[in-house]
Each structure stands twice: as structure tokens, then as C-alpha cells.
Design a protein around this ligand. Structure first.
Ligand code: PLP
Length: 405
């Protein structure tokens, strides 16, 4: 009965078979590389408790009251200051606090994506952005990505078709773990200027850098009043449960996004914003970042070592310098969905790569998360996964031999 009442856009909102399949992997006997979850062992639980306690003791009337849609001003000021660089000058009016950067993506979808709007994305890209903007009617054009991130050389003919925007995850991308190199960042910003196209820089992983120097953000290269809207999040270094993220951009755009957010949730939870401010202003987050980075580096190293030891020779993978994910390419002809079915029998899970491609395909790829399991479990889980890969490599090859003797 209810189905006939749904709005047209709701037809595009679908559950996925893969989500159903991955539900069983929540059981304790499973080792899951499937979700995108941070490590609960290194949540700054005591610090969050103390920050909440301080806020509720000293400013309960403010923390528990309705608040402004733009967000808690001290937090916006802190963000503006910490994001500002020599050639990027931001103040609080350049910042909108959002309920996670996922809400920022939704607000941007409402603001910029019309029915049939052409949106340029990396291939592969963050799945939840595809799902979110598809609801608003986006049609995606994929641009390839290699070990230096989005390949800018092929962009001019794509941009010449006047797409509505370019979406990218510049650092330790979800799902491949790769980072856009500095020359390509400069190219991207130059091309967006030349073709007058907006860039959405979704950057939740930038503080999870394990080695090397940070690269300039696209917004740093383009300035505060250019083509870039930059998204960030406290989910990865503090905790996702607080749901605090932000959008930085030109003031007039932030004003419009603020009006849109008003209709969505009035404002992000005040008590959470105030607790996050306590954690950043006291230096707790900066100190905690080292704990997270050291732990995730250890986990990445464990996964790389386990894959080198266990996986068959013709399997390839990325080597991320940060973040939470890496990307595995199986031999041509092997279907990661079949591997997942076998992996579930071995009580290990991952997400097949096809789902991260706007146009589908690439069925021999998979995304592995390395942040959520401890190193011993990673070693064990990759051993089990290698077994599932080997079973499928053999099956597929024998099938081929039978068809083409
Ligand atoms: C690329 C990317 N953008 C946005 C998000 C949303 O994060 P949050 O809403 O917790 O800030 C994620 C989460 O995994 C992500 O990987």
C-alpha cells in the first residue's frame, strides 16, 4: 500500500544485496574487512567523557538548548583558523557545521544537483555519494584513477560538456586508498577554473597520514572564493558517533547551504559540537591523532605483509600512505562476488569493488578495510581470504579450460 505513495525519487533509493550478505559478518566469529569502521580500541573514550562532563557542568543551558544552524561559533572559528594557510583566508562565515560529512554531501546534492545533472566522479568512488546524489537525479561520468589518484589528463573533453560538478576524495581515497598527487591537484584546480566547474573536495581522511608530507588541499590551491567546496569530518580521528563534520566554502554558498540545512535538522547536536570544541581547543585531538595514526599504520603494515605472504602471485593491491582502505585487483575472469560467497564460508568478509563504480563492471576488484581488525586478526583473516581467492581462481580457470580446451 505504502509503495504507491512514495515520491518518484524514492524509487532510486534501494537496499543492496551486498548489504544483506554482509549482515552475517557482524557475528563475532567473522573477521570483517567489509565495513568502513574505525578501531573502537582507540576511541578517545575518557577524553570524550571528560569533554561532555565539562560542557554539561559549565554550560548546560547552552549545550542542551536549540542553537543556530551554522553551528557552534567557537568551533567554526577554530576550524576557520586551522584550515587557513598563507593563500587561504577563512573566517567563521566560511564554515557550516554539519551532522557528519555525509550530511554535507546530502546538502550539496540538494543545492547543486538537478534531475539529469552530469556529475564527474573518480572511478571507483565513495559509494554513499553515488547513492545520495542518484536520489537527486545525478548522472555520473567516471574518470579513471591510478596510483596518483584521479587522472587529470583525460578531463578536458569531459569538462567541455559542462558537468555540474567534479567530486573527489583527494587523500587516501575511499575505496582505493590512493592520494591525488600535487601536480594533478594543480591541474584539477586549473581545469575547473578554465571550464568553470565546481569541485567538491571530500576529505575525511587527510589527518590519517602514516608517512610523507601533507599535500596542499584543492581549496588551498584555489582560494576561499573559488570553485571549491571542501568537506571535513571529526569522525576518523575522534569518533563517528558524535556526527560532527563541516563544509568550508565561499560565504554566499555557505549561507545558502545553511538555509537548506535548516529544513533538514535545524542544527547539528549542540552538546556534541561543544564537546568537540573542548577536544580540539585543549589539544586533545592533536595528541590523539598520533595514537590513531600509529595504530592504523601497524594495521596497514599487517595487511600488506599478510597479503604478500598469503595471496597468489597474480593478485595486485594498492599501498596506501594513510586512511583506512586498500584495493585489491584479482586476475581477469575472477568474480569478487563469487570470492565473497566463498569468503563467507571461511568467516571473512570484504566489499566487492563493482559497487564503487558508477557504471558497474570491474568485477575482479575488492575493497579491504584495515582499520577495524587488530593485526593478529588481519593476518588470520587474509589467510582465510586467500583460501577463498584460491578456490575461485582454480574454479574459474578449470571452467575456462573446459569451455576452451
Ligand atoms: C569519502 C567519505 N566521505 C564521507 C564520509 C562520511 O563520513 P562522516 O559522515 O562520518 O563524516 C565517509 C565515511 O566513510 C567517506 O569515506
Amino acid at each position: 500500500m505504502w509503495e504507491s505513495r512514495y515520491a518518484k525519487r524514492a524509487e532510486r533509493v534501494r537496499g543492496s544485496a551486498i548489504r544483506e550478505l554482509l549482515k552475517v559478518t557482524e557475528r563475532p566469529e567473522f573477521i570483517s574487512f567489509g565495513g568502513g569502521l574505525p578501531a573502537p580500541e582507540v576511541f578517545p573514550t575518557d577524553a570524550v567523557r571528560q569533554a561532555l562532563d565539562k560542557v554539561l557542568r559549565t554550560q548546560p543551558g547552552r549545550a542542551l538548548q536549540y542553537s543556530t544552524t551554522e553551528g557552534y561559533t567557537p568551533l567554526r572559528q577554530w576550524l576557520a583558523q586551522s584550515l587557513s594557510k598563507d593563500n587561504l583566508h577563512l573566517d567563521a562565515d566560511n564554515i557550516l557545521i554539519t551532522s557528519g560529512s555525509q550530511q554535507a554531501l546530502d546538502l550539496i546534492g540538494k543545492l547543486l544537483v538537478d534531475e539529469g545533472s552530469n556529475v564527474v566522479v573518480e572511478s571507483p568512488t565513495y559509494l554513499a555519494t553515488l547513492q545520495c546524489w542518484r536520489t537527486y537525479g545525478a548522472i555520473f561520468t567516471s574518470v579513471p584513477s591510478d596510483d596518483d589518484g584521479l587522472v587529470t589528463a583525460g578531463l578536458p573533453p569531459v569538462l567541455a560538456t559542462s558537468p555540474r560538478l567534479i567530486y573527489c576524495v583527494p587523500n587516501f581515497q575511499n575505496p582505493r586508498g590512493v592520494t591525488i598527487s600535487e601536480p594533478r591537484r594543480r591541474d584539477l584546480v586549473d581545469m575547473a577554473r578554465k571550464f568553470d566547474v565546481a569541485i567538491i573536495e571530500d576529505d575525511p581522511y587527510r589527518d590519517l597520514r602514516f608517512e610523507g608530507d601533507p599535500l596542499p588541499s584543492l581549496m588551498e590551491l584555489d582560494g576561499a572564493n573559488g570553485n571549491v567546496l571542501a568537506l571535513g569530518s571529526f569522525s576518523k580521528v575522534l569518533t563517528p558517533g558524535l556526527r560532527v563534520g563541516w563544509i568550508a566554502g565561499p560565504k554566499n554558498v555557505i549561507e545558502k547551504l545553511t538555509l537548506i540545512k535548516q529544513g533538514t535538522d535545524l542544527h547539528t547536536a549542540t552538546v556534541n559540537q561543544m564537546a568537540v570544541y573542548e577536544l580540539v581547543a585543549s589539544g586533545t585531538m592533536a595528541r590523539h591523532r598520533h595514537v590513531i595514526v600509529d595504530e592504523y599504520r601497524r594495521r596497514r603494515d599487517a595487511m600488506l605483509a599478510a597479503m604478500a605472504a598469503h595471496f597468489p602471485q597474480d593478485v595486485h593491491w594498492t599501498r596506501p600512505s594513510g586512511g583506512m582502505f586498500l584495493w585489491v585487483t584479482l586476475p581477469e575472469g575472477v568474480n569478487a562476488m563469487r570470492v565473497l560467497e566463498a569468503a563467507i564460508q571461511h568467516k571473512v568478509a570484504f566489499v566487492p569493488g563493482e559497487h564503487f563504480h558508477a557504471e558497474g563492471g570491474h568485477v575482479n576488484t575488492m575493497r579491504l578495510n584495515f582499520s577495524n581488525a587488530v593485526p593478529d586478526k588481519i593476518w588470520e583473516g587474509i589467510g582465510r581470504l586467500a583460501e577463498a581467492v584460491r578456490e575461485n581462481t582454480d574454479v574459474d580457470r578449470s571452467a575456462k579450460i573446459m569451455v576452451h580446451p
